[in-house]
Design a protein around this ligand. Sequence first.
Ligand code: ZN
Length: 302
Amino acid sequence: MAGPRTPRPRTSSRLRRATAVLGLSAAVVAGAPAAMAEPRTDVTPPVVTADQVMPHLGALQRIADRDGGNRAHATQGYRDSVAYVKAALDKAGFRTSLHRFTHNGATGYSLIADWPGGDPEHIVFAGAHLDSVETGPGINDNGSGSAALLATALEVSKSGLKPNSHLRFAWWGAEEPGMVGSSAYVRELPAAERDRIDVYLNVDMAGTKNNRPWLVVQDDPAAAEAFNAYFAARNLRTVKIGIGGSDHVSFGDAGIPVGGFATGLDDCTHQACDRVENVDPVTETTSTNAFISTVWRLAVRP
Ligand code: ZN
């Protein structure tokens, strides 16, 4: 399912690190405290509770309820979903932008959020699709992944994280009609900018009920190892899967290493009953903490 991979030259990373050190010295000279400017390598990832994740799902449910029952491409429900996530990110200090594309004669939007700082030559990129199908509110698919991603971003802000890598987040539009938003974004990235993305991490359906195994994408070795180890340490079942079926395909097809997971389809997938009651709060919270842990491991480490 994955497209051909292109080898990614890394020979200049030592030079980039040296430049980063010089940048650090300049900051010290300018009066910034060294402890603030120095990238951290020893940070323990935060752990969230359901109270920090489930309210986002409640908000997306209310948006669908007042906007005709769904949050699909080109609907008020989707636009309000973007506005909700964007407002939270803006307040938390992210640099947000909308990536526009056209699908079915209507303008679509993906929301991109950059956390200021980190090495711009090494990007850790995390994403989830924010749109639903037209037949339901899409709370497990994929309000759950969107909420896990938002909770992760807000923890980055809350902890004042100074990762070695640059951190970028994206909430994709029009993925349900066939990965339209993510493929438009990747297609328009200049080749040099694609090469800067070390890894893309995806989360699609994070709160499926009834103790389903976590389906963990095995592509980027460090990402796969981080997720596998997180779940194994908690005696949680996993199934190893390849690239396919979700937003990370757009990145994998472009030769960018990918990772991430899903908790699998449920009885309400793409139906009106995919409401907030269709999400298991314990699974949703575990998924969020797995995502936070992996983002920390990949972005904080040199
Ligand atoms: Zn989905």
